[in-house]
Design a protein around this ligand. Sequence first.
Ligand code: FMN
Length: 355
Amino acid sequence: MGNTFGKAFSITTWGESHGPAVGVVIDGCPPGLELSEADIQHELDRRRPGQSEVATPRKEEDKVEILSGVFEGKTTGTPIAMLVRNKDADSSKYDLIKDTPRPGHADYTYQMKYGIRDHRGGGRSSARETIGRVAAGAVAKKILARHGIEILAHVVELGGIKASPVQVDDIKANIESNPVRCADLEAAKAMLERVKHVREDKDSIGGIVEIIALGVPPGLGEPVFDKLDADLAGALMGIGAVKGIEVGSGFAAAAMTGSQMNDPFEVQDGRVVCSTNNAGGILGGISSGETIVCRIAVKPTPSIARPQNTVDMSNMSGTEIIIEGRHDPTIPPRIVPVAEAMMALVLADHMLRSQ
Ligand SMILES: Cc1cc2nc3c(=O)[nH]c(=O)nc-3n(C[C@H](O)[C@H](O)[C@H](O)COP(=O)(O)O)c2cc1C
């Protein structure tokens, strides 16, 4: 089964898009961590649908309830169960996809694997599943903050529009200042126009999101099969719509020479540091102490309102589908808090394993 993630800090997500609720159970959270619903809510509000003009208009409050594992404001070391009730589910638009799989979505493969599925709102393959990840990621972020580790994600490309490189301070200041979550504000404006245009055109666009971790000490990662980069790749690729991941220079490394790629070591204030960071903060599957840098390629939203060819599996004939329901015209801005959560879960897991 693939619903559980992590070894020392382990999470299990559960729930479907139009079921009564979605949620997560965390096992392995250390006792004594101050934790309130407000800590979780902040991250869920960043993930919530209906929050901006570039997100699905589904109106959900996404209020988290902590059911266990927290007593008098502190974690007890026992499993932490959290849930969010689904309130604004409109299943009427989804009868269409019961027997008629959406091109690019998971309807066909879920049906072939399980022979039964809750098709309403995409069921388990819906992005509502990511609520559990984001809630657990908020706890992981609190554990990491104790060690001075901070995680940030931002959109660096949308619909082919590329952002200019930015400083960390710009990312911190700007990611929540615009609906596309791009720290280059000029590019953000052009991206927003592109999203509006593509939505009017009944189409969708994808993009690239960069996720960085600041303050990670050297030594996290468990060679050989649980290398830090391998676990980050698995965690980030495990988010719906992610089609590629790179660490540091990533695919560009293939065209570089060794002398261009290698990050020279030097001593600064008695510490070994690198003067460049093509490795993206990981060497041999172990964190080097430099900033960890990953980028994910996110595909265009599969549910688009244009006519598309598909099949009717009830009578095995060809047909056409025009998808209804409420969908994100583009996913990267909404994936930002989810990607941060997945990186936090991996780093918290490795931090606890290293102890
Ligand atoms: C935050 C987020 C929001 C998403 N929103 C939508 C959406 O509104 N409509 C849709 O069809 N897919 C959406 N997706 C993508 C689907 O969940 C995903 O494409 C589908 O499960 C198939 O998986 P795959 O693309 O990884 O193959 C979203 C994904 C994420 C992570």
